[in-house]
Each structure stands twice: as C-alpha cells, then as structure tokens.
Design a binder for this molecule. Structure first.
Ligand code: URP
Ligand code: ZN
Ligand code: ZN
Length: 484
C-alpha cells in the first residue's frame, strides 16, 4: 500500500520546492508533481521535511542512584509527537564491563521503541579489553562514535591519560570521538566548598559549574583530539567559552562539531533563583542553564555554522527522583526532558524570529547529524531511496506546552507555559503514520536499530594528514664518534 503526501512544500537542508512524495515499504519511492495511487495525506500549507534526529538522549539510563524515567517506548513516542523520528542514545559500560556486554544490555531496553534508534558507545574506563572491544563495536556492531565524560568524578569520568589513549584508538578505527566537556576535578572541589559553606540548594549546582569549567575542558579535549588525529564532537555546548574554543579550532581546519541543546538556547539561569525548590531542582542538569549572553553566542553559532546540531540530552527524572537531593544539591539527579519540544521550540524561537532559516532548521535538527554520524541519506533526507522518516510541518499550528498533555512519563515540563507556533501535522516513521493531527498512533516495537558504518572520509582525513606530516627521524651522514 502506497502513501502519498500531497500539496506540500519540500524543505531540505539546501532546497525548498513544491512536490508530492510517494512512500512504499517504509521508503521514499518517488518525488514529483501530481502523484497518485495510494492513501493521500494532505500537506496543504505545510512543509515536508526530514524527520528530526535527536543524537543525544538517555532513556532508562542508570544514573546517580536511579534510572531516568522515560524508556525507549515513552521517549520515542514523545519524539514522534514533536516531529523527531530517530534518537541516538548512549551505552554506558560499568567499570570493568566489556563494551560488547554493555551494548547488549542497552539493546535489551529497546524492544518497545516506536521509532528508529542507534547508540554511541561510552568509554568509561581504560584497559586492553576496551581497546580490543572498540574494534568489535565499530566493525561488527554498527557504532562509529565513542563518548568520554570529563566530568562526574568517581563515576563516569575518565582522565586525560585515558582520554588520549582512547582518542588515538578512535582515530585508528575511523570513528568519531565525543566529549561531555566539564572539568570534573574543579567541579568536585567547588561542590565540596559550596556544601561546606551551607550552600546546599539547587542553585548551587549552577554555581559549581561556571562557564570556565566547560570552556577549559572543551579546549583541552580539542587539543587532545588534534594530537590524537581524531575528529571531535562536543555534546551540550552551553556557553561562549566552549563555543569560542570550537570556533577557533574550526577556523584552524580542525574537524570539531558543537551541539547546543534546545534547553540552553531558550531557558536561562534565572530558573535556579525560583523560590520553589522543586522548580529549580527540576532544571538541574549539566552543564547548567546560562545567561542571555551565552544564549546569544549559541544562536550565532547556529546561524554562522560554527555549531552544527541542536539536541536535547533528554534525561528525564520525576519530581520525586529530584527530591533525592533535598539538603544536598550534588544528589539531585542531573538531567531534563525535551524530546517532544525540541523541534517546536526551535522553530518558534529560531525560524519565526529570523535567527535561522527553514533550511538551517532542517540542517541542525536532522541532516547535519545524519552526515556526521554516517547515516545519510538513509536518514536526514527527502530523497528517493531514503527511509520515509518524515515530518509534515504546519507552521501555523499552535499550542501551549504543558506536562498535562505531554507524552513523557514525568510529572512536569521545563518548558511549561511556553507558546509554540509550528508543530507536526503528520509524523511518519519509516512510512507508518504515527502522529496524525495530534492523534498518537505509535506502534510499540516498530523502531529498529540503525547500524552506522565505520570510516567516514571526514573521520580519516585528519589522521591521514597527521601521518603524512608526522615528525620524522633526521637521517644524518656526519655523526661524530663518541668516547674519544
Ligand atoms: N546532562 C545531564 O545533566 N544529564 C545527563 C547526563 C549527561 O549528559 O551529562
Ligand atoms: Zn553530559
Ligand atoms: Zn547526555
């Protein structure tokens, strides 16, 4: 049975044109004028765009003594409701655990996923087994990106020695290095000092993680990646100091990518001054929300191209879970939601305000990351042969964001009360109409793992150049005799 999206305007990362789209067997099979012969979806007044890809989620993640509340079912359902048709989550090995075992555990969480998904692999410890497993992960398991936490001391954090070893291995394998860039040693000391001084509320979480902590770590990771000859992707870039480091590296020809979150683009640090403990604690995440100057820097990065991707870092905890940190802010589980709201919030605050164009919207929500993670044009494209992961976007449709009507399983929404203009009329996941004018018809188990092949040309470019220009031993003819 074919589906035809009729009367819409196709918007991709580089083109805007009127055409119909025909779908069969979960793929786009034809793009053209006046197509017929199937179930029709009317896209009059709408933009037909590649479904969003959120490359940074933590669904059912064990963290800070609990599990993030949205699983692969509710998380992917929330994504589809907001026009996101794929998520990339993180497999996190425990200390000493093999990467292959950890990946198996993460696959076991996905049986009810309603949209496609992939994984990044985290490197949380270092040793011969990790070194060997990395090849299996890349060459057999379809994963070409490795995340390193420079923060969360005593838990997920790796030191520079481990990071440099891992980055070199990532480079050899033609994969992508990723970092959570905050100086975990400095954060730990600042946390202890704040607590000792009686600063134990959620606002102290932000005080313990100033922009310098992120700027320093971002710069350090960039330099280490350059020495290792590997491209680098910096997750949740939240401040000018980190953006500046990325900009400077790119201007020097380094392959460094930056990922602001929709939360950092649209919410600011004043949230932590709210007198309601729950309100502030619900917004505790790392890095914390920043001020307007940092927000302006992030928006400028998106429009100028020095930042490439907008994600959510969706890691949702209920109010009850957040209350583990009453009396000690370091025990508040870090993370916020956003999967359902990323696309409408970015459209409203980016496209409707003129900060980014529609085509840039598609680039930063879908196409750029599909290319960076080597899954383009299966994902991130409106092209014949691409997966029919499509959002039919109604730029006039409005709503007020509210926890009462959201798909996420938590009891609040950090964007509560925000009005958005621009929402999905239809969301299709590999051809299945999951969202039909607000009606949710997701299919549990429909989501499939997307394998991402290794060795993108971009990932090998830097190491090829490094090899050619590496310092060489000087061949000398006149070596003086010794011992005379
Ligand atoms: N970001 C956050 O606060 N929680 C999720 C884990 C991480 O990405 O650091
Ligand atoms: Zn992080
Ligand atoms: Zn994260």
């Amino acid at each position: 049975m074919s589906t035809i999206i009729k009367n819409g305007t196709i918007v991709t990362a580089d083109l805007t044109y009127k055409a119909d789209v025909k779908i069969e067997g979960g793929k786009i099979v034809e793009i053209g004028q006046n197509l017929s012969g199937g179930k029709e979806l009317d896209a009059t007044g709408c933009y037909v765009m590649p479904g969003g890809i959120d490359p940074h989620t933590h669904l059912e993640m064990p963290f800070m003594g609990t599990y993030s509340a949205d699983d692969f079912e509710s998380g992917t359902r929330a994504g589809l409701a907001g026009g996101t048709t794929m998520v990339v989550d993180f497999a996190l090995p425990s200390p000493g655990q093999s990467l292959v075992d950890a990946l198996g555990m993460w696959h076991n969480k996905t049986s009810r996923a309603t949209a496609d998904f992939s994984f990044h692999m985290a490197v949380t410890w270092w040793g011969e087994q990790v070194f060997n497993d990395m090849a299996t992960i890349v060459n057999e398991k379809g994963i070409n990106s490795f995340k390193h936490f420079m923060a969360y001391k005593g838990a997920l954090m790796v030191d520079d020695d481990e990071m440099f070893s891992s980055f070199q291995r990532v480079g050899e394998l033609g994969a992508l290095a990723m970092v959570h860039a905050e100086n975990g040693d400095v954060v730990a000391q600042m946390q202890a000092k704040l607590l000792a001084e009686g600063n134990n509320g959620p606002e102290a979480h932000a005080y313990s993680r100033p922009a310098e902590v992120e700027g320093e770590a971002t710069n350090r990771a960039i330099m280490i990646a350059d020495m290792a000859g590997v491209p680098l992707y910096v997750v949740h870039t939240s401040c000018e100091q980190a953006h500046e480091a990325i900009r400077r590296a790119r201007a020097k020809g380094m392959r460094v990518y930056g990922e602001p979150l929709i939360q950092h683009l649209t919410l600011d640090e004043s949230e932590y001054s709210n007198p309601d403990w729950d309100h502030a604690a619900r917004r505790v995440m790392s890095p914390p929300f920043r001020n307007k100057t940092h927000q302006d820097s992030l928006w400028a990065g998106l429009s100028s191209g020095s930042l490439q991707v907008v994600a959510t870092d969706h890691c949702a905890f209920t109010s009850e879970q957040k209350r583990f940190g009453i009396g000690d802010f370091t025990k508040i589980p870090n993370g916020t939601g956003g999967l359902e709201d990323r696309m409408p919030m970015l459209w409203t605050h980016g496209v409707n305000t003129g900060r980014i164009t529609m085509n840039e919207f598609v680039a930063v929500t879908s196409t750029n990351i599909a290319k960076i993670l080597n899954m383009y044009p299966k994902k991130g494209a409106i092209l014949v042969g691409a997966d029919a992961d499509i959002v039919v976007w109604d730029p006039a449709k409005k709503k007020t964001i509210s926890a009462a009507s959201q798909q996420s399983s938590i009891d609040y929404n950090v964007f509560e009360g925000k009005e958005v203009t621009g929402l999905p009329r239809f969301t299709l996941t590999r051809g299945h109409l999951a969202i039909n004018d607000g009606k949710v018809d997701t299919r549990e188990g429909h989501g499939e793992f997307v394998k991402r092949p290794p060795v993108t040309p971009a990932n090998k470019a830097l190491s090829t150049w490094k090899e050619i220009t590496a310092p060489r031993k000087v061949q000398r003819t006149g070596i003086p005799a010794t011992g005379v």
